[in-house]
Design a protein around this ligand. Sequence first.
Ligand code: KIV
Length: 277
Amino acid sequence: MTAAPAAAPGAAVHVGELRRMRDAGERIACLTCYDASFALIEDRAGVDLVLIGDSLGMVIHGRGTTTAVTVADIVYHSRIVAPYLKRAFLVADLPFLSFATRERALDASQRVMQEGGAKMVKLEGGREQADIVEYLSVRGVPVCAHLGLQPQLIHKMGAFRVQGREDAAAEAMLHDARVLEDAGADLLLVECIPAPLAQRITEQAHVPVIGIGAGPQVSGQILVLHDILNISPTVTLGRKPRFVKNYMEGSPDIETAIRRYVQDVKSGGYPAPEHCF
Ligand code: KIV
């Protein structure tokens, strides 16, 4: 089988291109975004995938968790960002409980894609979401399944903690990843898990695996924009997560900071051992 050709420079990134990058060993640089000014800069700086994350509840609305974010919030920010992305692929989060049933998941996906302009939805959960992933996928909705730390479960967990440290939990996550991919997930995202586990999930997967706090042996990295600019409430209040790197340090302006992040992801310079679990 011949390898898929690379997209023309500047051409819009699509699911097939993300898969080609994974197969070719080209790391995928992803970043969250919530408004037009940053969308323009991120796109120009070479970010491959832009996420309208429900982290907007924390970094834009200033709440302590993501659980109050609504589908209307995601649609609002997506439709602001979408027109400014000429190249980057736009993914939008399905917020807390918006995918609790098949019908709600389909309705939320329809809204973020048709009204918001997103090209893929992301939802948190393990094998218990396989039914929803399959329901969306067979109806033409590209899905990113978010495993590991699931911030929407904060009120069940009590605190944000590294996931999959124990052998049984690691095996369960590997199984979840396989089940979600079989259900039709086009992308996997793993958050706050030990680097060796993320590597095993990536080696097992046939789709790109994007990591956040998951070490270097994945297909790409994602971070929250306000974290790399060192302005998120968590950073300002002195609770910087281990995997966050401040790209404003040593950068004369925001665009340079974002370009440096993209270059570091592409070259494997980020994450360094001190950012990993
Ligand atoms: O909401 C978000 O920004 C996310 C990323 C942290 C992956 O889910």
